[in-house]
Design a protein around this ligand. Structure first.
Ligand SMILES: CC(C)(COP(=O)(O)OP(=O)(O)OC[C@H]1O[C@@H](n2cnc3c(N)ncnc32)[C@H](O)[C@@H]1OP(=O)(O)O)[C@@H](O)C(=O)NCCC(=O)NCCS
Length: 175
């Protein structure tokens, strides 16, 4: 059954609850430092929280990035999570769809994501982006690097994704 929730931009006071949410949603991966660094960015980070009964039950970040060479703006989707007790009830989908709408204001040509194609395919993400990630991915992750075109005709866009400092950590891009 869909969860009764509201979506809103996160605020600084959400951080302790978001840290707990990340620890529960990613038991095998410590993404809290990335979360903190991204939330410290003053520009180019969209952080949306899903709140049910005053508790954050889901969270997503979209980061504004450039593509080199050229002047294209794109958005990088991630991390995305729903609290374990709230998974498979539409929380992640609501967050992704709201974010995809919001990043149009950045005039982003595409959204890129490194994630499970079975999940992101439902939003129209496709493998085979001509925009390469900032670090070489393990071969087995090739299909996980996906794109969604926001402005028609940008699928031919090619180059290398230039990420802001929170994402400049090779460990975030390797198995
Ligand atoms: C992945 C995640 C964000 C999905 O959010 P969610 O709120 O549970 O998902 P939704 O309710 O929007 O969508 C549910 C559908 O997605 C599928 N799904 C959920 N997680 C999936 C995954 N990791 N891979 C493939 N499919 C997945 C469900 O089976 C369900 O399919 P159905 O509609 O055919 O029944 C959430 O499960 C989660 O936080 N997982 C742990 C953290 C994580 O892996 N984050 C993603 C990488 S950054």
């Amino acid at each position: 059954m869909p969860v009764d929730m509201d979506l809103r931009p996160s605020v600084a006071e959400d951080l302790p609850s978001l840290e707990k949410l990340y620890a529960a949603a990613f038991p095998e991966e410590d993404l809290v430092p990335l979360l903190r660094h991204l939330l410290e960015e003053t520009d180019g980070v969209l952080s949306l929280v899903a709140v049910s009964k005053n508790e954050p039950v889901g969270h997503v970040i979209f980061t504004k990035c450039a593509v080199e060479p050229g002047r294209t703006t794109v958005a990088l989707l991630g991390p995305l999570c729903a609290a374990p007790a709230f998974q498979k009830q539409g929380v992640g989908s609501r967050l992704v769809r709201a974010g995809l709408e919001a990043v149009r204001a950045w005039e982003a040509a595409q959204v890129l994501v490194l994630g499970d194609p079975k999940y992101y395919g439902r939003f129209g993400f496709l493998p085979g982006s001509r925009i390469t990630p900032p670090y070489d991915l393990p071969k087995e992750w090739a299909a996980a690097w996906q794109y969604l075109e926001l402005a028609s005709g940008t699928a031919q866009e090619s180059g290398t994704l230039r990420v802001p400092s929170p994402w400049q950590d090779r460990a975030l891009w390797s198995a």
